[in-house]
Write a protein that binds this ligand. Structure first.
Ligand code: R5P
Length: 262
C-alpha cells in the first residue's frame, strides 16, 4: 500500500486498527428517516466521539463541519428508493475523482448478492475499485441484503458476499454480525466492519452486538440507527467507543450507561 492509500486508511482506522464509524447515509434511499431528519443537528454531539463517518456527498457538503478530520467514507452507489418494492437496482452514483475532490478517505459501494441485480451491482463495485485505484482511494464494499433478503443475515450468505468483495479488491468489507462470525473473519483477508441494522430492542443488545463483533475479529462497527434512533445517542456512541477501543464488556457498558445517565 502506498503512502496516500495508507494515510486514507489511517484516517478511517485509529492507531489500534479499529474504527467507530457512524453511518448516516440512510437518506440516500430512505429520505428523512426518523432520528436523522436534520443531519447537522443529529450529528453535532456525536462527531467528537467517532473515528469516521459514512455518509452521502450532499450531506457531507451541507451538514458536516469542514474541520472534521476523521475518516470520510462516501456513499457512492444508489439508484432506487423505498418508494419502489425493490431497492436493489443500484449503480455507481459518484465518480472516484469527485470523491477525491471531497477529500474522501474511501468510497462505499453496495452490492446485492442473490438478487436480480447481483451482476449489475458487482459491476458497480468493481468499477469503483478500478477507478478509485487511479487515486489510491480505498473502497468499502457493503454486503447489502435489502428487504427481500432480511433472512440472509447468516454465516453462509454473509461469508460468501464478504469473501467475494475481498476477492475483487475491496479494501474494507461491511457486513452483518452472525453466529459463527469468527469463521467469516477467517475467510476474509481485509478489515471487516459490522453494520447494525434496524434498531434493536435494548441497549444491552447493542452492547453485545458491538462486543461480540470486536471479540470475534471485526475491525470496527459502522452503526447508524442503533445510535441515532436511541433516546441517548451521545451516551451510546461514547460507550460504543469504549467497547471498540478499550474492550469493555456489556456489563461494564451497562454500568457506564447508568453513570452517564446520572
Ligand atoms: C447501508 O449501507 C446503509 O446505508 C447503512 O450505512 C448501514 O445499514 C448501517 O446503518 P445501520 O446500522 O442503521 O444499519
Amino acid at each position: 500500500m502506498n503512502w496516500g492509500k495508507e494515510n486514507k486508511m489511517n484516517r478511517i482506522f485509529a492507531k489500534d486498527g479499529r474504527t467507530v464509524m457512524l453511518a448516516i447515509d440512510h437518506g440516500y434511499f430512505m429520505g428523512p428517516v426518523t432520528g436523522m431528519e436534520n443531519p447537522a443537528e443529529a450529528t453535532k454531539k456525536l462527531i467528537p466521539h467517532v473515528d469516521s463517518l459514512m455518509l452521502s456527498p450532499g450531506i457531507l457538503n451541507s451538514s458536516i463541519p469542514t474541520n472534521f478530520n476523521g475518516g470520510v467514507v462516501l456513499r457512492s452507489s444508489g439508484g432506487s428508493s423505498i418508494s419502489q418494492p425493490d431497492i436493489t437496482d443500484e449503480l455507481l452514483t459518484l465518480e472516484a475523482k469527485e470523491a477525491i475532490k471531497l477529500n474522501a478517505s474511501a468510497m462505499a459501494v453496495s452490492f446485492y448478492l442473490g438478487t436480480k441485480h447481483e451482476h449489475q451491482t458487482i459491476k458497480a463495485l468493481t468499477k469503483a475499485i478500478n477507478t478509485a485505484s487511479d487515486f489510491d482511494l480505498p473502497v468499502l464494499a457493503v454486503t447489502a441484503v435489502g428487504k427481500a433478503l432480511e433472512d440472509k443475515r447468516e454465516l453462509k450468505f454473509l461469508s460468501l458476499a464478504s469473501r467475494i468483495a475481498a476477492e475483487f479488491g475491496a479494501d474494507i468489507v461491511k457486513t452483518y454480525y452472525c453466529d459463527g462470525f469468527e469463521k467469516l473473519i477467517n475467510a476474509v483477508p481485509k478489515p471487516v466492519v459490522v453494520a447494525g441494522g434496524p434498531k434493536l430492542d435494548s441497549n444491552r443488545a447493542v452492547f453485545e452486538l458491538v462486543y461480540n463483533s470486536m471479540q470475534k475479529g471485526a475491525a470496527g462497527v459502522d452503526l447508524g440507527r442503533n445510535v441515532w434512533k436511541n433516546n441517548d445517542p451521545e451516551i451510546m456512541i461514547k460507550i460504543i467507543k469504549e467497547i471498540v477501543h478499550n474492550n469493555i464488556t456489556p456489563d461494564q457498558a451497562e454500568e457506564m450507561f447508568r453513570d452517564l445517565k446520572k
